[in-house]
Design a protein around this ligand. Structure first.
Ligand SMILES: C[S@@+](CC[C@H](N)C(=O)[O-])C[C@H]1O[C@@H](n2cnc3c(N)ncnc32)[C@H](O)[C@@H]1O
Length: 209
């Protein structure tokens, strides 16, 4: 398993970032055997289906130094860990309602010496802080998700997109978006990544209030 697919789409990684990405298979193989955070059939496709997928958010928007990002329902650290490697000067807070998943996140962050990652065992609804952006993947429907985090955005936006949600989703989302009643902007990952896995994958942006 190699990180070639990451280099293909992110050619200007530093040596340090490359080393950090290259350590992920060993770390997730080890931790996934103790605590299941990635489906067993997917672990061989870690770079494509988890790391590159997480980095899809970075094709839509680059986080700035000093910005703060909450990853809700991070599981073993997706999309938060790959994004924290890519944006070492942005602060990431990864939360999950299952404590043992956060143990994996903390161990991976420690092994990679990621100074910009905090993680805690919490439900999103319990977090009482403001962030510039909230990221997530595969947690729940938008209509259920939005009320958990709607009051967690800092007022002043500094980036090209106003502070808000960047949610990784796949499949046909028409019903889900309609049901949520939210105004969304859809970015299609097949415009950036040519692998078949990304055919229906999207980043959904919702402006925070
Ligand atoms: C299918 S997993 C996805 C994990 C990770 N985002 C990924 O894509 O690999 C969904 C995760 O959301 C977490 N979760 C569900 N509801 C949550 C909530 N209200 N607050 C925090 N985490 C939550 C679950 O514990 C689970 O780890």
């Amino acid at each position: 398993m190699t990180s070639d697919i990451i280099v293909k789409y992110f050619p200007s990684l530093t040596e340090k970032q490359l080393q950090q990405f290259n350590r992920l298979p060993e770390l997730y193989n080890y931790w996934n055997n103790q605590i299941n955070v990635i489906s067993r059939k997917d672990i061989d496709l870690l770079f494509e289906r988890h790391i590159l997928h997480s980095l899809g958010i970075a094709k839509v928007m680059q986080f700035l130094p000093g910005e703060s990002v909450l990853d809700v329902g991070t599981g073993g650290g997706f999309p938060g860990i790959p994004l924290a490697i890519l944006f070492p000067e942005t602060q990431f807070y990864l939360v999950d309602s299952i404590g043992k998943k956060i143990k994996v996140v903390l161990e991976v962050a420690k092994a990679l010496e990621l100074k910009n990652v905090r993680a805690s065992h919490n439900r999103a609804e319990e977090i009482n802080e403001k962030f510039d952006f909230i990221v997530s993947r595969a947690v729940t429907r938008l209509g259920e998700f939005y009320p958990w985090i709607k009051d967690k955005f800092s007022k002043a936006s500094k980036n090209v997109l106003s502070n808000g949600i960047l949610y990784l989703k796949g499949g046909d989302l028409e019903e889900e978006i309609k049901e949520s009643g939210l105004q969304v902007k859809q970015y299609y990952l097949k415009d950036y990544f040519k692998e078949e896995f990304f055919e229906t994958k999207q980043v959904i942006y919702i402006k925070g209030k």
